[in-house]
Design a protein around this ligand. Structure first.
Ligand code: FNR
Length: 372
């Protein structure tokens, strides 16, 4: 369908699912075990309802904000997600260009299907990009990676901490790679080795991608190490409970992304929106020490606004950007940002908020009745 007919992120996903190869669809959409967490990530938003305020001037309404000091047109960023080329020949470049056009920040995956240099070259020089780091088990290799991306001009390091083992994503494991997928996917990916000696396929794509990652990271060792090799701000991606949010604040990182990796890692990890809600209730002091973000299951402007009312600085989206660039390339990326922007502004006006700082915890409640 013409792009003008796409009204929502759900419409975009429906188009993408028609054009993606079997493997790409399986890899992008898969989640751990029985898809409980991936489903609940999205459902969590339906338990929160607004207290809209009226008779407040919203004729002028501004949804722009800053993330780690960098301007963003809306409080949304692209989460680092691997292998964008599986969905479209221009892959991550589509996202870099679309993010530049719409002035939002792209977090580039350690497992992107293009090099960090190629991706940053596609963005305007003034457009900030962040780098998502899977820390190599070898400190020297990891250090080189960090120094390389800093030199290339990436503006923050987002260390992923929820992926010490690949999640059990059966849909991905069951779906075979064909030659065409391999050409489009990552050159690093050696999937021939997939499976055990007795022939059981157990790893899937994620297993092939994160083989050399550090499983022994600690608060005491890894954060000082990262600080010692870079001056860039540090975000931890994959904080999943209040206790670890507090430890992250004590460790002095600049931001935490409350995330369960889009439900792809530990099944029954709480939905990030619920973790955010608990953090706001139990430890509001943490929000004064660092920026808090969430990702997982965000589809609508109102979802974004709920997270912001609860104290998040911004939210990340993973699959929606992969789907959008698969369906329409760069234009698809621009389109979903415009859709979100319109939905966010509409929601802000309905709430009586003329700017991001007007979004407050008093504007939202968690209901105890079961929504539709
Ligand atoms: C991811 N995610 C991810 N995270 C990360 O830190 N490094 C990575 O390489 C990837 N790769 C990746 C691939 C695919 C196909 C998906 C769907 C996700 C997780 C991602 O950054 C983010 O946390 C989730 O995608 C957020 O959930 P939604 O928006 O997809 O529901």
């Amino acid at each position: 369908p013409p792009l003008g007919r796409i009204l929502s992120l759900a419409d975009m996903e429906a188009v993408a699912r028609k054009v993606l190869s079997h493997k790409a669809e399986a890899y992008y959409s898969s989640a751990a075990d029985d898809q409980i967490t991936v489903t609940e990530n999205a459902r969590a938003f339906s338990r929160f309802f607004f207290h809209p305020r009226v008779m407040r001037p919203v004729g002028k309404c501004d949804a722009s904000t800053t993330i780690l000091g960098y301007k963003s047109s809306i409080p949304v960023f692209v989460c680092g997600a691997a292998l964008a080329k599986l969905g479209h020949p221009l892959g991550e470049v589509n996202i870099a260009k679309g993010a530049t056009t719409t002035s939002i920040i792209q977090m580039v995956s350690s497992n992107a299907s293009m090099s960090p240099a190629e991706i940053i070259a596609a963005a305007a020089p003034s457009q900030p990009l962040f780098f998502q780091l899977y820390k190599n088990v070898n400190d020297a290799v990891a250090e080189k990676r960090v120094r390389d991306v800093e030199r290339l001009g990436y503006k923050a390091i987002c260390l992923t901490v929820d992926a010490v083992v690949p999640g059990n994503r059966e849909k991905d494991i069951k779906s075979p790679w064909v030659m065409e997928d391999l050409e489009r996917g990552s050159p690093k990916l050696h999937v021939e080795g997939e499976g055990t000696e007795d022939g059981d396929a157990v790893f899937g794509t994620a297993g092939a991608l994160i083989v050399n990652d550090d499983r022994d990271m600690t608060w005491e060792k890894t954060i000082p190490w990262l600080r010692s090799v870079t001056k860039l701000p540090v975000m931890l991606k994959g904080i999943q409970c209040v206790e670890d949010a507090v430890l992250a604040a004590e460790a002095g990182v600049d931001g935490i992304l409350l995330s369960n990796h889009g439900g792809r890692q530990l099944e029954y990890s709480l939905p990030p929106l619920e973790v955010l809600y608990k953090l706001r209730k139990q430890r509001p002091d943490v929000f004064d020490k660092l920026e808090v973000y969430i990702d997982g299951g965000i589809q609508r402007g109102t979802d974004v606004l709920k997270a912001l009312c609860l104290g998040a600085t911004a939210v990340g989206l993973g699959r929606p950007f992969l789907y959008a660039q698969s369906a329409y390339g760069e234009a698809g990326v621009v389109k979903i940002v415009r859709i979100l922007e319109r939905e966010i502004i509409t929601g802000m006006r309905g709430l009586g908020a003329a700017s991001i700082k007007d979004l407050k915890p008093e504007m939202i409640e968690r209901v105890d009745w079961e929504p539709l």
